[in-house]
Design a protein around this ligand. Structure first.
Ligand SMILES: [Zn+2]
Length: 302
């Protein structure tokens, strides 16, 4: 394909211990690029996304807008994008549409489909607002479940059945246990440096991650996207945890996609140590090699 190219831009979200995702990407041939936005971070980073797309992509149109999961550090910036740019398709989970299917998970017998739907709209207000804005602007809204195709990307996780099991557990798992990379980098204490050192070690021969890291069910519900852009694999993971990543690997295998050959892999949850495990990293980047091993061309995919 003559002139085919792609670009993935991660914009900074917040400062200090605040983080999130605001990702713009485009791919295709010059003059007919497709533009995608995956999460918008905060309102502030949402505004930066708008400026970035106007200035660097020289367009005011986003073909595909995806919200990986309803947390504010991912969803709220997307409001700004929908308000200020034209959008072709909005991709977002709408759990409030499934009150009837998930009501049996709740013990409270008085709960009705309507009250459950309203509770979910309140709890996930940032995500619900995206649907409202899309409706106001007549933008079609689709749900990103495994098997869906968004432009040149496949959704690998969550599948709809698992998603509907996760929803009743939203807002239950505290985030307190997660220690993320952004936090470590910005606090500069001795402990922080230790954290960074152990993270970096992970890339070589010392195993420092555990197999039982946990994250919230909201994070596990994150949309995991895989695209093959001009022969190069790109994997975007939102805040997915170990369970979601396992499911995504299984789904990729069924599609015949070898994730190890991916050129670009987003470390989930802004670099949190609790969202990956040694075995999941092996499935993403290949097994460990001994210290001193020379990687020759062919052992890493080019
Ligand atoms: Zn997040």
């Amino acid at each position: 394909m003559a002139g085919y190219g792609y670009e993935v831009d991660f914009l900074p979200v917040g400062s200090g211990d605040k983080s999130g995702d605001a990702i713009a990407l485009r791919y295709g041939e010059p003059g007919s690029y497709k533009v995608m936005v995956i999460d918008g971070g905060t309102k502030e980073s949402g505004q930066k996304l708008v400026e970035h797309i106007k200035m660097h992509y020289e367009t005011t149109h986003v073909d595909y807008l995806v919200n990986t999961h309803p947390d504010a550090d991912h969803a709220s910036g997307l409001e700004v994008v929908i308000e200020q740019l034209t959008v072709g398709e909005v991709w977002i989970h709408r759990p409030w549409e499934y009150a009837e299917e998930i009501r049996h998970w709740f013990k409270d017998g008085r709960i009705t489909d309507e009250s459950l739907a309203n509770r979910l709209k309140d709890l996930l207000a940032h995500a619900y607002r995206l649907e409202e804005l899309a409706d106001e602007k007549d933008i079609p809204v689709y749900e990103p479940y495994a098997g869906a195709k968004i432009g040149d990307f496949y959704v690998l996780s969550p599948d709809q059945d698992w998603y509907l099991e996760l929803v009743p557990q939203f807002n239950k798992t505290p985030e307190a246990r997660s220690v993320n990379m952004a936090e470590a980098v910005t606090s500069f204490g001795a402990k922080a440096l230790e954290k960074i050192a152990s993270w970096i070690d992970e890339h070589w021969h010392i195993e420092t991650l555990s197999e039982d890291g946990e994250t919230s069910c909201e994070n596990e519900s994150s949309v995991i996207l895989y695209g093959n852009l001009g022969g190069r694999g790109i994997l975007l993971t939102g805040d997915a945890g170990i369970q979601a990543l396992e499911k995504a690997c299984d789904y990729a295998e069924n599609l015949g996609v070898d994730l190890v050959t991916s050129r670009f892999i987003q470390v989930p949850h802004h670099g949190s140590r609790n969202n990956v495990s040694p075995s999941i990293l092996n499935r993403f980047v290949g097994s460990k090699v001994g210290q001193g091993t020379t990687l020759t061309k062919g052992s890493i995919s080019e």
